[in-house]
Design a protein around this ligand. Structure first.
Ligand SMILES: Cc1cc2nc3c(=O)[nH]c(=O)nc-3n(C[C@H](O)[C@H](O)[C@H](O)COP(=O)(O)O)c2cc1C
Length: 365
């Protein structure tokens, strides 16, 4: 199946405009997702049922540690098919309170030699009301997270306005989410700068969110960094906030990585580079946070540059309880989750772990 995708399907898809391929994939996935019998058939092939892969984070129960990162299913249209492909969780979004068209096109670029993507979408989405309504009809097979962001208007807003947007979106979407991710440093809208780097602003945001009834667990998606003082400010701001379950890391803006693709070619494109070249930077931030956070209280979701089971395993050993992928799905196709999980089982067995949770952080005591 993997061979078939790489040798036959991918070469054809890569002749076409990346955004058109993405939109068409979502449309087709949505249609297939309505046929229960197809979903059952696909689930039977793609999903791996193995207790060793199960991860429990409080009330959240993941069948396996490999989740889909935000940005693929922006409006929650393809969750049925994506669950059938074997993901342990799916993060829908980013979703803002108001719909947005995002940045001007072209805004998605492939770097095939690096198996990477440059993205400058600027969070186009249909808005919290539409997405919330759509997700309310789901009877989910896997946990669904919803990633929330401020509306990309291209204009500057005050911190009060931005907080109000996040809180309103969270209120609308909470009932349909197993967890909420507050995307605080979206690189395509804010160049990685965030008003939430100011502790008092972050504190106000979380305090306002915590007034929402039946709020699900919250994850904060922050720019990956290994700056002790910046981390300390964040942790202090949320010290009294009981709803925060953990952290996910955004790839920092910029394209200053070692790439096979000519550097000048990469630098001339607008946006953020995602995929394998970012891996070491993302792993360093993960390791740094794992060393410094209170692990009884917070968990880390690792992402950035995964393309093999070894990459997944490395992040877990550095401290990730679960991981998320995106770019490798584009390059490896629908079989990738199954392949990653099968390989992970082999690695766990090789090292004598009887359960994936035993491997979390072993390289980062
Ligand atoms: C095309 C594309 C669109 C993305 N859109 C979003 C988004 O809307 N919100 C978000 O939080 N992250 C977004 N991301 C970042 C991913 O969620 C993920 O953090 C990142 O791609 C790292 O994983 P990867 O190296 O496996 O791609 C996007 C990534 C890509 C490649």
């Amino acid at each position: 199946m993997a061979f078939f995708f790489r040798r036959l399907i991918r070469p054809v898809l890569f002749q076409l405009d990346p955004e058109w391929v993405h939109d068409s994939t979502i449309k087709i996935s949505e249609t297939i997702g309505k046929a229960d019998w197809v979903i059952r058939l696909l689930s039977r092939y793609y999903r791996i049922h193995d207790e060793r892969l199960r991860v429990e984070l409080g009330d959240l129960c993941f069948h396996n540690p490999i989740g889909l990162a935000a940005g693929f299913d922006k409006n929650g249209r393809a969750t049925s098919l994506l669950s059938a492909l074997g993901f342990g969780h799916i993060e829908v979004g980013s979703v803002s309170i108001n719909s947005s068209k995002g940045n001007p096109r072209p805004r998605l670029f492939r770097l095939p030699k690096d198996e990477a993507i440059i993205v400058n979408y600027g969070v186009p989405n249909q808005g919290a009301k539409v997405v919330g309504e759509r997700l309310s009809h789901l009877c989910g097979q896997v946990p669904i997270g919803i990633n929330i962001v401020e509306t990309n208007t291209g204009l500057t807003s005050t911190s009060d306005q931005i907080i109000r947007e996040y809180v309103e979106a969270t209120r609308l979407l909470s009932a349909n989410a197993d967890y909420i991710t507050l995307n605080l440093n979206c690189p395509n809208t804010s160049a990685g700068e965030s008003i939430f780097d100011t502790a008092s602003v972050l504190k106000s945001l979380i305090e306002e969110c915590e007034k929402i009834r039946d709020l699900p667990p919250i994850f904060l998606k922050l720019t990956a960094h290994s700056d002790g003082q910046r981390m300390e400010r964040t942790l202090l701001a949320i010290e009294k906030c009981k709803s925060i379950r953990g952290f996910i890391f955004n790839i920092p803006p910029g394209k200053n990585y070692i790439t096979e693709t000519q550097t000048s070619e990469v630098r001339s494109l607008p946006g953020t580079l995602c995929g394998p070249p970012t891996q070491s930077l993302m792993d360093a931030a993960l390791a740094f946070w794992y060393k410094n956070v209170d692990r009884r209280r917070y968990v880390l979701i690792g992402s950035g540059g995964i393309r093999s089971s070894e990459d997944v395993y490395k992040k877990i050993r550095l401290g990730a309880s679960v991981v998320q992928i995106y770019t490798t799905l584009v390059y490896r196709g629908p079989n990738v989750v199954r392949e990653l999980n099968k390989g992970l089982l082999v690695l766990l067995e090789r090292d004598g772990f009887t359960h994936v949770e035993q491997a979390v952080g072993v390289d980062n005591p």
